[in-house]
Design a binder for this molecule. Structure first.
Ligand SMILES: [Zn+2]
Length: 434
C-alpha cells in the first residue's frame, strides 16, 4: 500500500523545488512527484494536503534522550514520539547518559532499542573520552564500526587540547564529524545565566561570552590543523557567529555550526524572574548576540538549526536557577517557532528553513535524507502554516515539560509525519477525517 499526498505546496531545498503538486510514496521511498498523480492501487492511502506545506522530515543533530540511566526524564520511545510530533524523522542522540555512551556495546544498546521502540531514525553519537572524563580517549574505532554518526563530548568540552587533537585525528581516520559543545568550564564556574545587567538585577552568577568563544576559537584552530569535520553545537554568541563568518570566508568547508530556536528568539531580557525554565547552557544572551546569529544564519555561516532537546523532570527544574538543571525541551516546538519567528517575519525563506532543518544536517551526517526527490527515502511531513495555535506543554509527547515557550502563539502545526514510508504521527486534533 502506497501513500498519495495530494495538492500540497512541495518545498525542497536540495532540488530548489517550490510547487503545488502530488507526491507518491511506496516501499519506503518517494516514487513520484508531479503536478497531478493518480492513485496507483485501490487501497493506497490518500492524504489531502491542500493549503499545507509538504516538506522533507526534519533532521535534528542535537537531542538528549536520557536513555540509559535517566528514563524518568525521557526514554528512546518517548523521545522518538516527541520527534515525530515535531516533524523530526532523524535525530542524533548525545552520549552524556548514565552511563556515558563511550563503547560499541552501549552504542548498540541504543540502536537496538531504537529499532524496537522508535518510530523515527535514532542515531547515537559516541563520547570522545571515556565517561566524558576528559582523561583518555574512548573506543573510537569500535564505535565507528557499529555505526556512530559522530563523536561528541556534549554537556562539556574536552579541556585537554592535546587529547582533543588526538581525538580529531582519530575522527579523520574513521571519517566521523565531531560535534563540539564549546565551554571553558573554569570560566563558567557556578554561572547560571548570561553575565549582564539582568544577572545583576536577578542577583544570579553570570556566564560571559568568552566562556564559549575561547573554546570555539580553539576548536576551529584545531580543525584547521587536523582537517577534522567540526560542527559547533548550540552557538549563542556574537563572537562565534563572527568566527563562523571568518571560517567561511577562509574557505574552511570542514567547519559547520548550529543554532537553537531559543538562542535566536529569546534574550536574557526575557527572564523576568529567577525561573529555571530559562536556564540553559549556553545561556540566553543579548540582542546583539541574537542579531549576529540571525545574520550568520542568513548568510550561511551558520548552516543548521537544531533543538538541543533537553528534557528534565519537574524536580530538576524547581527552585532557583542557581541549582536547577540546564536545558529545555525543543523537539515539539522547533518547527513552529522557527517558522513563526523567522519565516513569517521575513528573516529566512521557507526554502532556507528546509535547508537548515533538513538538508544541511543530512549532508553533515552524510545520510540520504532531508530531501524530497524521486528515489530518496520517504521521510516527509505535512504542515499547516495558516492557523495560529498556542503551544501547550501538557500535550507534549515528551516526558519533559520544561519550556519557556508554553502559551506562545505560533503557526506551523505538523499534521502528518511519515518516516520510511509509514505514517508515524498524525495530528488527530486537527484532522477529523482523511
Ligand atoms: Zn551542549
Amino acid at each position: 500500500m502506497g501513500i498519495l499526498i495530494r495538492g500540497g505546496r512541495i518545498i525542497d531545498a536540495a532540488s530548489s523545488t517550490d510547487m503545488i503538486g502530488d507526491i507518491y510514496l511506496d516501499e519506503g521511498v518517494i516514487k513520484e512527484i508531479g503536478e497531478k498523480l493518480e492513485q496507483k492501487e485501490k487501497n493506497d492511502r490518500v492524504i489531502e494536503a491542500k493549503g499545507c506545506l509538504v516538506m522533507p522530515g526534519l533532521v535534528d543533530l542535537h537531542v538528549h534522550f536520557r536513555d540509559p540511566g535517566q528514563e524518568y526524564k525521557e526514554d528512546i520511545e518517548t523521545g522518538a514520539k516527541a520527534a515525530a510530533r515535531g516533524g523530526v524523522t532523524t535525530v542524533v542522540a548525545m552520549p552524556n547518559t548514565t552511563p556515558v555512551i563511550d563503547s560499541p556495546d552501549r552504542v548498540s544498546y541504543v540502536h537496538n532499542k531504537a529499532a524496537q521502540v522508535a518510530s523515527i531514525h535514532v542515531l547515537q553519537a559516541g563520547a570522545v573520552t571515556r565517561g566524558e572524563k576528559g582523561e583518555e580517549l574512548s573506543d573510537i574505532a569500535g564505535m565507528a564500526q557499529v555505526g556512530i554518526p559522530a563523536l561528541s563530548e556534549d554537556g562539556k568540552s574536552v579541556m585537554n587540547s592535546r587529547l582533543y587533537k588526538e581525538a580529531m585525528e582519530q575522527a579523520v581516520k574513521y571519517d566521523l564529524p565531531i560535534f563540539a559543545h564549546c565551554e571553558d568550564i573554569d570560566l563558567r564556574g557556578n554561572g547560571c545565566m548570561n553575565d549582564d545587567e539582568n544577572a545583576i538585577r536577578l542577583r544570579l552568577p553570570g556566564i560571559c561570552n568568552a566562556t564559549e568563544d575561547a573554546i570555539a576559537a580553539r576548536d576551529i584552530l584545531l580543525a584547521l590543523e587536523t582537517g577534522v569535520r567540526l560542527h559547533l553545537c548550540h552557538c549563542s554568541t556574537l563572537g562565534v557567529a563572527r568566527m563562523m563568518e571568518f571560517a567561511k570566508a577562509a574557505g574552511m568547508d570542514n567547519v559547520t555550526a548550529e543554532v537553537c530556536p531559543h538562542h535566536f528568539i529569546l534574550t536574557s531580557d526575557d527572564i523576568e524572574r529567577d525561573d529555571p525554565n530559562y536556564k540553559m547552557n549556553p545561556p540566553l544572551r543579548t540582542k546583539n548576540d541574537v542579531e549576529a546569529l540571525l545574520r550568520a544564519l542568513k548568510n550561511g555561516a551558520i548552516q543548521v538549526i537544531s533543538t538541543d532537546h533537553a528534557p528534565h523532570g519537574a524536580k530538576d527544574k524547581t527552585g532557583s536557577m542557581r541549582s536547577a538543571a540546564f536545558g529545555i525541551v525543543g523537539l515539539e516546538t522547533s518547527f513552529a517557532l522557527t517558522y513563526t519567528e523567522l519565516v513569517e517575519k521575513g528573516v529566512l525563506t521557507i526554502q532556507e528553513l528546509v535547508e537548515k532543518m533538513s538538508w544541511n544536517p543530512a549532508k553533515i551526517l552524510g545520510l540520504d535524507c532531508g530531501t524530497l526527490q524521486e528515489g530518496h527515502p520517504a521521510d516527509v511531513i505535512v504542515v499547516d502554516v495558516d492557523h495560529e495555535y498556542a503551544i501547550d506543554k501538557t500535550k507534549f509527547a515528551s516526558k519533559g515539560r520544561n519550556t519557556p515557550f508554553n502559551g506562545w502563539k505560533v503557526k506551523g502545526k505538523v499534521l502528518y509525519t511519515i518516516c520510511g514510508g509509514k505514517v508515524v504521527y498524525k495530528d488527530n486534533e486537527s484532522i477529523v477525517q482523511e
